[in-house]
Design a protein around this ligand. Structure first.
Ligand SMILES: [Fe+2]
Ligand SMILES: [Fe+2]
Length: 261
């Protein structure tokens, strides 16, 4: 078996997306969406319920009055954005299988997603809900590494932490180590996993390129991650929260434009 076949083997029997998520993604991708059915399906899933309530009460969507029900939360964020949170809940299911990596990987994915969405909003020309999904899934390859090669994933994390401190998930410099230890990178595995789950090919390409951007969208994710890594101290603690008014939009536009074909 050559290296390419071995990599494909790794994504051949990944967890399957729960039926309620596939049903919701199908409904939300159509026209004349029946919100009653969307609410009922959502309430059947605890993870989904907690993701949408958290999102609707986040500063990005936050109103004066906190929302307490699934219906209020979906109405506040809108159906298009809700689709991105169904995908986010699926990522959350996957991350929960990652044992010791679970908390760090989920917090990292949320931070990169929120920052990518913030950048998308300030630069303009991007779909902000899609940008959130790019950030949420960018490191899904770590889930594959953890599920399929837990010892090697642990070895990569501990070797990488000696090189880059506590900021392993933020670092662009661990992929050589991954190739050396596993014969593949989390970016490649993430791209293949997304294709395996039959999610959008665009999402797969962005995930595959998040450490070596090939277009403005993968550049946006990479920049979000890079800026977040700079806002952490040597032990990986957040120095400060990024705010819209802190962003140098002109510099961000220039950085993205460099990747437009
Ligand atoms: Fe990554
Ligand atoms: Fe990352």
């Amino acid at each position: 078996m050559d290296n390419g076949e071995q990599i494909l083997q790794l994504v051949s029997d990944l967890p399957v997306m729960p039926e309620v998520y596939t049903e919701l993604l199908g409904l939300l991708g159509g026209v004349d969406v029946d919100i009653d059915i969307v609410v009922k399906l959502t309430e059947r899933d605890v993870g989904l319920t907690s993701v949408i309530l958290r999102a609707a009460n986040s500063p990005f969507y936050g109103g004066i009055v906190p929302v307490r029900t699934v219906r209020q939360a979906i109405v506040r964020v809108g159906l298009a954005a809700y689709r991105s949170f169904v995908l986010s809940a699926w990522m959350n299911c996957l991350v929960r299988a990652c044992g010791a990596l679970e908390r760090e990987l989920w917090e990292h994915s949320i931070k990169v997603a929120e920052t990518t969405r913030l950048f998308a909003k300030s630069v303009g020309g991007f779909h902000v809900d899609e940008a959130y999904v790019w950030g949420i899934f960018h490191d899904v390859g770590w889930v594959v590494l953890w599920l399929k090669m837990p010892e090697k994933a642990t070895e990569i994390l501990s070797s990488a932490s000696q090189l880059v401190g506590e900021n392993v998930l933020f670092s662009r410099d661990v992929e050589d180590l991954e190739r050396e230890i596993c014969g593949c990178t989390h970016s490649e595995l993430g791209r293949l996993a997304i294709l395996k789950w039959e999610l959008e090919a665009d999402l797969a390409n962005i995930v595959g390129a998040h450490h070596a951007p090939v277009d403005a969208r993968s550049a946006l994710v990479s920049l979000a991650e890079h800026i977040l890594s700079g806002s952490r101290d040597h032990e990986g603690r957040d120095m400060e929260l990024l705010r819209l008014e802190d962003i140098d939009v002109a510099a961000l536009r220039l950085a993205c434009a460099a990747y437009v074909e």
